[in-house]
Design a protein around this ligand. Sequence first.
Ligand code: HXC
Length: 259
Amino acid sequence: MTEQHENIRVETRGRTGIITLHRPKALNALDAATLREVVAAAAAMDADPGIGAIVLTGSGKAFAAGADIKEMADRGFSEMFRADWFAGWDAFTRVRTPVVGAVAGYALGGGCELAMMCDVLIAADTARFGQPEINLGVIPGMGGSQRLTRAVGKAKAMDMVLTGRQMDAAEAERAGLVSRVVPADRLLDEALEVAGTIAAKSLPAAMAAKEAVSAAFETGLAQGVLFERRLFHGLFATEDQKEGMAAFAAKREPRFTHR
Ligand code: HXC
């Protein structure tokens, strides 16, 4: 069943929730309404134990062509600061269910930044990534200078953020920004396959895996390794760990109950 919101479409297929950005008149530019809808849909999926993975994708020519420039053009510092403009997107990064981002066409500015908030990022061969805010007299504001630098290193991040140039899908894969590139007509199927694979695993283990890898962005090595090890220990309290290891010993497929 597909739910139609103002700027997104929401759908469930098996244990995978799909959020499709759909604001064609503005190339899916991320305005405040889109932010509210995406965050609410993702939070609802996150709260549903029947959902084991989320796919976030765009539509038409774009994943998203940025934050909505027209919505913020006339605002002043005080208003931006008091509203803490873009802080609402942090809620998307607190989603604990793994998120597969599927990017075709433009992922620029806030679109690139939203893509980088996803856990697994798959690109169509048509994908274009960029942080063009410098062309608007500003800089990235949804985490781009931080996540892009962590993803591709200082050299490419400086190049992209200072010149505003776009990366195509092949360069994005070489640079480590995306994990796979597929033909555009295969993008959704590939993303659904990856999501389906993840959703079939133990949900507590998948959530812990996401937390552990995400911690590599936030902590030093020793702390990160300790955090991982404690999560690993904790998983021995789950039924899925008993089932997964018993299934291995019995040479059969595991039947995870996500508990
Ligand atoms: C608002 C946008 C938009 C955006 C496109 N549109 N991007 N509206 N915010 N980010 C609108 C256009 O105004 C136009 O509306 C319609 O979508 C179609 O876009 P076109 O430009 O006509 O399409 P095309 O010629 O194919 O060019 C595609 C494009 C171009 C190269 C992606 O739209 C573009 O450069 N967009 C802006 C990209 C950008 O700078 N993004 C970063 C935003 S800042 P009408 O009504 O004319 O048909 C950001 C980070 C925030 O994201 C940090 C602080 C700023």
